[in-house]
Design a protein around this ligand. Structure first.
Ligand SMILES: Cc1cc2nc3c(=O)[nH]c(=O)nc-3n(C[C@H](O)[C@H](O)[C@H](O)COP(=O)(O)O)c2cc1C
Length: 428
């Protein structure tokens, strides 16, 4: 009896130890994955330390550091009808309608003269197993050798154009020369795509090329590579890392245009030189004045600055408004203390002018303009700068300075949705 009691106790203790270990392990795993996610986020999004930064750049001058480069093989006939191939990396799709491919060739190549005379070429896309043929076609000239004979590749007369394609290559594209441009070292031949032929073995169920099956050869500045691993569908790479969008997902659709504008509004700090018209500024001001105000006091005044000197002076004297040097117009939203009346002490004018400011920023976004709220009030020094530079009367207090212009597109909206910032008091 006593022995079985002892056994029961030992068993219970063992189970308890196991449970504790399991809980600890889960906590450790969760902590570790949270730390990993934070590290990824840190590396991708926030690292600014120059020494550590993956974004630290070194200028290399004028060099063809464009990656990945294609390694196409161009098929042509010479005057006597001899089929030739040459490798070309200075090539790619250059128009959609009509679908066209550009290939640049040096006059020293045999193919250059072939295309100029026959007005046709084929683009043969190699898989990575064909690197040796590509290399050969790029090292020897059809002037000296018959590259089809030497490599054992099979020339097939184009079905639609006067150029041969390579039977063994998985994708062959027949092109008819439409025009060319002499650019300097190279003549860029533009070929209209007449037909595309693809090995059935590399087609997927939808009849489209499976890039993994094709495994196209990639040229990377003196080296050949094969295609890497699949990453994501287009658009998928914008999806969340650790629950936060990597970059805002522009494909995301909101219920209506107003929500689109609200979510796409961003602080624009990079502007083009394009001028904003007086009518556009008036539209912004009307939007500003449509904001709600306490007791309908409308306790505001809007200064519109278009004088270059004034914009530059404000840029010089305000710490966070340097972008004023890039724009031709700025709006200064001010509280008008005379109109604030007995609500002045409560500070309602700040809320009212803030609502007007947000309306202006949203209106700018909706019109394809860019703007950013740079604060004046409550910083006494900044308020003093703005009032002095704009020679304002005492009853006007500048809340902010808003540079307005056309955005370069560099500034992007942020996704600030954080469910944890919401406190739901729900009925249970
Ligand atoms: C990977 C690679 C890419 C090349 N890209 C080009 C190119 O875009 N344009 C060009 O004129 N020559 C290019 N060449 C060099 C030509 O392929 C080479 O001069 C070839 O011998 C020309 O052949 P052909 O005289 O029979 O026309 C490339 C060579 C290699 C190996």
């Amino acid at each position: 009896m006593q022995k079985s009691k002892l056994l029961n106790i030992i068993l219970a203790v063992a189970v308890l130890v196991l449970v504790i270990q399991l809980v600890n392990k889960n906590e450790r795993t969760e902590r570790r994955s949270a730390a990993t996610a934070a590290a990824i986020k840190d590396t991708l999004l926030t690292k600014t330390d120059a020494a550590m930064s993956p974004f630290k750049k070194k200028s290399l001058g004028v060099r063809s550091e464009v990656y990945p480069k294609p390694a196409f093989v161009i098929g042509t006939y010479d005057k006597s009808g001899k089929a030739n191939i040459m490798t070309a990396a200075w090539a790619g799709i250059c128009n959609s309608d009509p679908l066209s491919i550009a290939v640049s060739m040096r006059p020293a190549t045999y193919s250059y003269h072939n295309v100029t005379e026959s007005k046709a070429f084929t683009v043969n896309i190699p898989s990575s197993e064909m690197a040796r043929y590509v290399d050969y076609a790029g090292r020897f000239s059809g002037k000296d050798v018959d590259k089809f004979v030497e490599t054992g590749l099979t020339p097939v007369k184009g079905e639609y154009v006067n150029a041969p394609y390579v039977k063994e290559f998985p994708i062959v594209i027949e092109c008819e020369l439409t025009t060319y441009h002499d650019l300097g070292s190279h003549r860029q031949f533009i070929g209209k795509v007449i037909d595309v032929k693809v090995d059935e073995a590399i087609l997927n169920a939808e009849g489209r090329v499976d890039v993994n099956l094709l495994n196209p050869l990639i040229y990377g500045g003196g080296n050949y590579f094969e295609t890497g691993k699949y990453i994501a569908k287009t658009g998928e790479s914008l999806h969340d890392i650790d629950g936060m969008p990597f970059v805002p997902d522009y494909s995301r659709k909101y219920a209506n245009e107003i929500l689109e504008v609200i979510h796409n509004r961003k602080s624009v700090r990079h502007f083009t030189e394009q001028l904003v018209s007086k009518e556009q500024i008036e539209t912004l001001l009307k939007a500003g004045m449509a904001a709600p105000t306490a007791a309908n006091r409308q306790p505001w005044k809007f200064y519109v600055i278009t004088e270059r000197e004034t914009l530059d002076l404000l840029a010089e004297k305000l710490p966070y408004a340097k972008m004023l040097t890039q724009v031709q117009t700025a709006i200064v939203v001010c509280g008008d203390m005379d109109k604030a009346g007995n609500l002045k002490e409560l500070g309602y004018w700040v809320q009212d002018c803030s609502a007007a400011t947000q309306n202006i920023l949203l209106a700018a976004e909706s019109m394809g303009l860019g703007a950013v709220w740079t604060a004046a009030y409550p910083y006494e020094d900044r308020v003093e700068v703005v009032t002095k530079v704009l020679e304002m009367p005492e009853n006007h207090v500048p809340l902010n300075v808003i540079p307005v212009g056309y955005p370069t597109g560099e500034d992007l909206p942020k996704d600030k949705w954080r469910p944890e910032n919401v406190v739901w008091k729900e009925k249970v």
